[in-house]
Design a protein around this ligand. Structure first.
Ligand SMILES: [Fe+2]
Length: 144
């Protein structure tokens, strides 16, 4: 079995965390920078979520040891999407903007931690080789 089929997803996590850190370093007057970075964040998250929801979660939902984890992960993606939409449509100079971004960060860090500590290792253990190969190839293909 492959050692770490989910390494590219962990790389995504790293990039997402970096963009959020950059965003948290912006001031309310840096509207264009916020817009630009938020656009990058959205692009990263959309691609990443779509990949996981297409390739990984359906397989995990079908087996008992990881079913609840997968169902929870879908909902965590959803919460992140809602917060992202709200951040996009609200006034970038509003004092609540950065507070909402911090809540997004907290949610995301929680989700990432669960994936890297529980979901990915459990998936690597419980999915069969064919399934893992399929996921690995799907990720590779999407990255090209
Ligand atoms: Fe995820």
């Amino acid at each position: 079995m492959q050692k770490q089929p989910f390494a590219p997803l962990v790389e995504d996590h790293k990039r997402v965390k970096e963009i959020i850190e950059k965003l948290l370093g912006t001031s309310a007057s840096a509207k264009e920078t916020r817009q630009d970075l938020l656009g990058q964040l959205k692009k990263e998250l959309e691609a990443h979520e779509a990949l996981e929801e297409k390739l990984l979660y359906p397989a995990l939902k079908q087996q008992e040891p990881t079913r609840d984890m997968a169902l929870e992960a879908y909902q965590e993606h959803h919460v992140v999407d809602v917060l992202l939409d709200e951040l996009e449509s609200m006034d970038f100079q509003d004092e609540a903007w950065k507070a909402k971004l911090r809540v997004l960060q907290e949610n995301l860090l929680h989700h990432i931690r669960e994936e890297e500590k529980d979901l990915f290792p459990n998936a690597a253990k419980t999915l069969d080789e064919g399934q893992l190969k399929h996921i690995e190839q799907g990720i590779e293909q999407a990255r090209r």
